[in-house]
Design a binder for this molecule. Structure first.
Ligand code: ZN
Length: 66
């Protein structure tokens, strides 16, 4: 198993990407594909997360302190 590197497919363009340290943008094939994918879901989740971020931080701190 150690000699056969895991190959995943880039979520953006479906190109095969070897899952290894050299593939720094894995599971994406390139920085461009990573930014495209992150940009898509970040735009969506940013609107949802931002209003709740302060309350989530407070509750998280309380949990950490107790
Ligand atoms: Zn890609």
């Amino acid at each position: 198993m150690a000699d056969s590197p895991l190959v995943v497919h880039c979520p953006t363009c479906q190109a095969p990407v070897r899952w290894e340290v050299a593939s720094r943008y894995r599971p994406f094939c390139s920085e461009r594909c990573k930014l495209i994918d992150l940009g898509q879901w970040a735009t969506e989740s940013y609107r949802v997360l931002k209003p709740r971020r302060s309350s989530r931080t407070v509750s998280g701190n309380r949990l950490a302190l107790s």
